[in-house]
Design a protein around this ligand. Structure first.
Ligand SMILES: [Zn+2]
Length: 144
């Protein structure tokens, strides 16, 4: 675990997402009116402006849509683990739904456990869940 890493702010809009990760589920919002899924969570549907939303679990499977290797200046918490990767995952249920995370060598590994030069766009990945402190469980990714 990265010491003193910044953690997400949890509010009424995002709480169901974080409740899901704590329960070992990747959940996305679906509009209660038009049915479109959306990521990240937000109060209003960007398609039909409805405020109705439901949450549903997705498979947690996707493909690497893009990735980067952050370079300094980095936030102090991340300096000891650089170089590390940040990936964008397109979810299998709908590849226009994309989540940002890190690719790990295995479920308990650090974010610098994969050589960034081995990462390929289009690789299949699956979600894993890592406790990150203050009751936050982060979704991260491993190769599948
Ligand atoms: Zn809608």
């Amino acid at each position: 675990m990265i010491e003193h890493a910044p953690l997400p702010d949890v509010d009424d809009t995002t709480r169901p997402f974080w409740d899901g990760t704590a329960a070992g589920e990747l959940r996305v919002q679906r509009c209660g009116a038009c049915g479109r899924r959306r990521v990240p969570p937000r109060p209003m549907c960007p398609s039909c402006q409805s405020l109705d939303a439901v949450w549903e679990a997705v498979s947690g499977r996707g493909t690497i849509w893009s990735f980067i290797v952050p370079h300094p200046p980095l936030l102090p918490a991340f300096m000891p683990v650089a170089p590390y990767n940040v990936i964008v995952v397109a979810l299998d249920e709908d590849p226009t739904l994309r989540m940002v995370g890190n690719l790990l060598a295995d479920e308990g590994a650090e974010i610098n456990s994969v050589d960034p030069q081995t990462i390929t766009i289009g690789e299949p990945v699956r979600v894993v869940f890592q406790p990150a402190g203050e009751d936050i469980v982060l979704p991260r990714w491993v190769r599948s």
